[in-house]
Ligand binder design. Structure first.
Ligand SMILES: [Zn+2]
Length: 115
């Protein structure tokens, strides 16, 4: 499943941060999930709960923030936040737009426990 490989990479990233900061445990993991990232938040959470058990994220709580779609229109220079996939500028109806946010999944914050 897609989400399992994502979680594997996410946990590896957390472990790396913990190592660099000499943390013995991670209390909280905050991630941002773009609505267009193709990641299913519920599946991701389940995968995280399963995966975390044998690592430094064992006691970590996963917090997910959903990032809506944001497009930028090159014709009228407007940034618009959208609820669903739509690449037509609502201001001037131009197709000359670019997706600027909502496609990625990012690790935003970690709460580490150090000695
Ligand atoms: Zn426009």
């Amino acid at each position: 499943m897609h989400e399992y490989s994502i979680v594997g990479a996410l946990i590896a990233q957390c472990e790396q941060h913990a190592l660099e900061n000499r943390a013995y445990s991670i209390a909280r993991v905050v991630i941002k999930i773009g609505v267009m990232s193709g990641v299913e938040p519920e599946l991701l959470k389940t995968a995280f709960e399963t995966f975390k058990l044998d690592g430094i994220c064992k006691n970590a709580e996963l917090e997910m923030q959903i990032q809506p779609l944001v497009i930028h229109c090159s014709d009228c220079d407007t940034r618009t936040q959208l609820e669903e996939r739509n690449l037509i500028c609502p201001e001037c109806k131009s197709f000359n737009t670019r997706l600027t946010e909502g496609e990625e999944m990012l690790l935003m914050q970690l709460e580490l426990e150090t000695e």
